[in-house]
Structures are given as structure tokens and as C-alpha cells.
Design a protein around this ligand. Structure first.
Ligand SMILES: Cc1cc2nc3c(=O)[nH]c(=O)nc-3n(C[C@H](O)[C@H](O)[C@H](O)COP(=O)(O)OP(=O)(O)OC[C@H]3O[C@@H](n4cnc5c(N)ncnc54)[C@H](O)[C@@H]3O)c2cc1C
Length: 462
């Protein structure tokens, strides 16, 4: 009955029950988690989303929103019962308007992130959210996870770029908050409640986004450094002279780079000599063109940097960035992995890495660390691949204890167990353990108030 109702709401072409068509929507990107469903609906208008949500609420059936399904915490896949309805936002993919004078645009939730960047660029504007999955992730997913990516150091996380939202609430009511105001203190800032809530409080159907002036040409440099401690020192030194022109500052470990070169075609190590750590930097050029090069030369003299490559063309810059963007894909080829998307105070990055290394040595001595991260945000992807030819089951069992110890270390030094990927199902228990009782209680009150029947992405986050 519900299925027939849903099919009628979205019409032919707006749903599928075909197991082959459903398959790619039932596992998360790393194939580590899997769910089941009897139907995936793909509404093409906000009104259809509203009617789907309302129909599910009246039958008390859970509904799981899914964007590009590039999330890494299992938030976008249904549970194993087959009873939850999967709602894809892929057909909500119109750019409703762009206003270059106002530096804003209104987009639907299913717009691919790179399409939004391209549209802004066509109008000589810039949308700064950028991540390796930008060719397939959708803005609704980005906002629901408060995505970070490579430009947070200069522009902040996804949250910062939102001026307004259109959201379908748990009973199907449409909240039209698509304002493009820069200032608005009329009551609570409701849009912020939905951003980062991973589909558990409402379904985002459209967003009013803030655009920025085009930063112009970027200078890209790949720098070899002695240790992760030096990445923090180097960033602090460069910030003194380049101020807020640093657009990206990414830490990459030697092993992460070697995984890429091993598995991704047409890639090669940037330097003849191997080093333990590298940083990849993007700087927006100013009138004092050449300042980055000067500063990097000085950092070599001061022993902050060991070797430097400055890209001489866009093709060279793209090749260097390809190394960074391919790390997650390359790591997939190295067997089972443990991933820790964590953040620590920026000044504690080196200290964390040293202490975490001794935990790895204690729990899984031959595990292979594949660390990278965003230095300016204190966000590390502390990823660990199984020992070569090791036993996967043993790796998983010991890995659970290791992850626990890593999260305890992170929170002990004032960090977070989730920096930019969210909680989903993967870190739900962890959140309950490391979040204060008061904070958890506030989250639960919010969930009860906005989704009293618990039909919006049930079982996720809290
Ligand atoms: C190679 C790779 C690199 C990545 N790099 C980064 C990175 O640098 N920074 C970063 O932050 N993340 C990164 N990610 C993670 C992922 O790309 C982001 O979390 C992204 O924002 C998810 O978007 P999506 O459209 O794929 O969302 P999905 O995976 O489909 O969904 C994510 C969550 O949002 C919910 N959701 C989706 N759409 C809506 C909606 N319209 N309304 C309400 N809830 C919704 C889902 O239910 C789920 O809980 C990376 C992933 C990969 C595979």
C-alpha cells in the first residue's frame, strides 16, 4: 500500500525496486557497510519530497535521504531490515538562480558540487567548497554533513557558505527559509540546526549559497618536510607573510603518496629522493607575486623545509593535486583499513601523531599508516591499512581496541572524534561515549522535537 502510494507520488521514472539498480545505493563508498531496501524513490520537486515524507510518516516508516553516497560513515544507506525507504535527491538537480551582484545562488539539493563550482565560475564568482569527491557528491549531502575539504583554512566549512535553506520537515511540512540575507537576527538561526544533522532532523531540498570573488590564479607548491611538527611551524611562518592568501595547506605522509603512485595510473613521486612528510600548498597570488617562492626558499635555509617544487603551469599543479586527491582511492587497493577522521588543536598535530604511533605499535605493530590531513584545521585522516599479508579478522578485532585508544587520545587533548565526515552509524556509539551528557541530552531533545516519530534517518547519529 505504502509502496503504491510512493510510486504514484513520484511517477514512472521516479522510483525503482530493481535489485540491480538498487545495488550501488546499498553500500557505502568503502564497501564496509551495507543496507537493504524494497524501494528507492527519486522525487524531482520539493512538493514530491514533502508528499513522500508525509506518506512515510503516516505509516511510521523510516526514510533515508541519499545524495551522492560518498559519505564515509554509513549515514546514507538504509539499515538491514529492508523496511526503510531510500530517498535519492539525484533528480532535484536544478540551479534555480544565480545573482552575481548579490554574490549568491540558489541550488537544489541534488546538484553535484562541481557543477555548482562551474556555474559560479561562469559568472566570474567562486564557490570555495572543494573535496576529492566533488565530481559525485551533492550539495544536500555536503550541507547535511557540514563538509570540510581543502579550502577550510581560508573559507571555513560548508556551514559558512549557507545563507538560507529549504527543508522538508518530518511531517512533510516545507520550511521555505531560502533567504540570501547576510544579517538576520530574527530569532533562532534555524538553518544551522539542519546543517550537519545528516538527514536526522529534516530533508534539505534547496539552499541559498554565498559566493565569493574569484581568488584568481593560484600558486601550487609541494614541499618536503622533516616531520609533522614542521608542518605546523611552516604554516605559522607562511601565515605571517601571506596572511589569509593561503587557500590550502595539506599534510601528506610518505606512505600515502607511495600508495597513490603504486595504484593510480600516470602518477609519480614528486621528488627523486623520498622524504617522510610533505605538504601541498595553494596560495592565491597577490600583487607581490613570487612571495610564496621567496618564503619557501627561506624556510629551506631555516631548516623548516627540505625540498620544494613550485608548479610552473596549471597542468603541473593539477598533477600535484591529483596525488593528494587520489589517496583514498589508492588506499582501497591495500586491503582492510581503519579510518579516523579526527581533529586536534593545530599546535597538537605533531604530538598527537607521535603518541598515536605508539598506540599503533602496541596494538597492531605491522599496520601501515596512511595519514593525510588539513593542517590549518587540525584535521587528520589518521588512516591505517592492514599489515601486508596479515589476517583481516585479527586486524579488525585489534583495530577496534586501537580505534578506541586513538579516540581516547584525541579527546584527551581537546580534539574531536569526527572532524568533517560526520557520525552516521559508524561513530554513533563513539559519540555517545565521548560527548558530554548535557550535549547529548540537547541533541536528543532536538531530535524528539523535530522528529517525534523517529522516521527521519532513524538509527543514525544519536
Ligand atoms: C574520495 C573521497 C574524499 C572525500 N573527501 C572529503 C573531504 O575532504 N571533506 C569532507 O568533509 N568529506 C569528504 N568526503 C566525504 C563525503 O564526500 C562528504 O561527506 C560529502 O559531503 C557527502 O556528500 P554526498 O552527497 O555524497 O552525501 P551522502 O553520502 O549521500 O549522504 C551523507 C549524509 O547526508 C545525508 N543527506 C544526504 N543528502 C541529504 C539531504 N538533501 N537532506 C538531508 N540529509 C541528506 C545522508 O542521509 C547521510 O547521512 C570524501 C569522500 C570520498 C569518497
Amino acid at each position: 500500500m505504502l509502496l503504491d502510494n510512493l510510486k504514484a507520488i513520484v511517477g514512472p521514472g521516479g522510483w525503482t525496486c530493481d535489485p540491480d539498480a538498487l545495488e550501488p545505493h546499498l553500500t557505502e563508498w568503502r564497501n564496509a557497510l551495507r543496507g537493504e531496501t524494497r524501494i528507492m524513490v527519486s522525487p524531482s520537486t520539493t512538493d514530491e519530497v514533502s508528499r513522500v515524507v508525509s506518506a512515510c510518516a503516516s505509516e511510521r516508516v523510516g526514510i533515508v535521504p541519499q545524495g551522492g553516497n560518498t559519505g564515509l560513515c554509513g549515514g546514507a544507506i538504509p539499515d538491514g531490515t529492508g523496511d526503510q525507504v531510500l530517498l535519492s535527491t539525484a533528480r532535484l538537480n536544478r540551479i534555480r538562480s544565480i545573482d552575481p551582484q548579490d554574490y549568491s545562488m540558489i541550488v537544489e539539493a541534488g546538484c553535484i558540487l562541481s557543477a555548482i563550482q562551474d556555474k559560479a565560475r561562469k559568472h566570474d564568482r567562486y564557490f570555495p567548497l572543494s573535496l576529492a569527491a566533488e565530481g559525485s557528491c551533492q550539495i544536500g549531502g555536503n550541507l547535511s554533513t557540514n563538509a570540510g575539504g581543502i579550502n577550510v583554512i581560508r573559507y571555513g566549512t560548508a556551514r559558512r557558505h549557507v545563507l538560507g535553506l529549504e527543508v522538508v520537515l518530518a511531517d512533510g511540512t516545507i520550511w521555505d527559509g531560502l533567504r540570501s540575507l547576510r544579517k538576520d537576527t530574527a530569532g533562532y538561526d534555524m538553518k544551522q540546526v539542519f546543517i550537519g544533522s545528516e538527514g536526522t532532523l529534516g530533508i534539505i531540498t534547496a539552499a541559498s549559497l554565498q559566493l565569493y570573488p574569484d581568488p584568481g590564479e593560484l600558486t601550487t607548491a609541494f614541499v618536503a618536510i622533516r616531520s609533522a611538527f614542521h608542518s605546523v611551524e611552516l604554516l605559522a611562518a607562511l601565515r605571517t607573510s601571506l596572511a589569509d592568501r593561503i587557500q590550502a595547506f595539506e599534510l601528506i605522509s610518505d606512505r600515502a603518496l607511495r600508495f597513490v603512485v603504486r595504484h593510480i595510473p600516470d602518477t609519480r613521486m614528486p621528488f627523486d629522493k623520498e622524504h617522510r612528510w610533505y605538504v601541498l600548498i595553494d596560495v592565491a597570488q597577490g600583487r607581490d607575486d613570487g612571495l610564496l617562492e621567496q618564503e619557501l626558499m627561506r624556510s629551506i635555509e631555516e631548516d623548516l623545509a627540505l625540498d620544494v617544487i613550485v608548479a610552473k603551469s596549471i597542468a603541473e599543479a593539477d598533477a600535484l593535486w591529483r596525488l593528494r586527491h587520489s589517496i583514498s582511492e589508492a588506499q582501497k587497493h591495500e586491503g582492510a583499513s581503519l579510518k579516523h577522521d579526527i581533529s586536534v588543536p593545530v599546535g597538537s598535530i605533531g604530538n598527537f601523531l607521535e603518541r598515536a604511533q605508539s598506540l599503533v605499535d602496541k596494538f597492531i605493530p605491522n599496520a601501515r599508516l596512511c595519514t593525510f590531513g588539513h593542517v590549518g584545521d587540525g584535521n587528520l585522516h589518521y588512516n591505517i591499512s592492514q599489515p601486508k599479508d596479515g589476517n583481516i579478522e585479527e586486524f579488525k578485532t585489534r583495530g577496534a581496541d586501537l580505534s578506541e585508544a586513538i579516540y581516547a587520545l584525541v579527546t584527551g587533548i581537546g580534539g574531536s572524534i569526527s572532524a568533517e565526515h560526520g557520525i552516521g552509524t559508524l561513530k554513533k556509539e563513539c559519540l555517545a561515549r565521548y560527548c558530554s551528557a548535557t550535549e547529548l541530552d540537547l541533541m536528543q531533545s532536538l531530535k524528539r522535537a523535530l522528529d517525534p516519530l523517529n522516521t527521519l534517518n532513524p538509527g543514525k547519529v544519536i
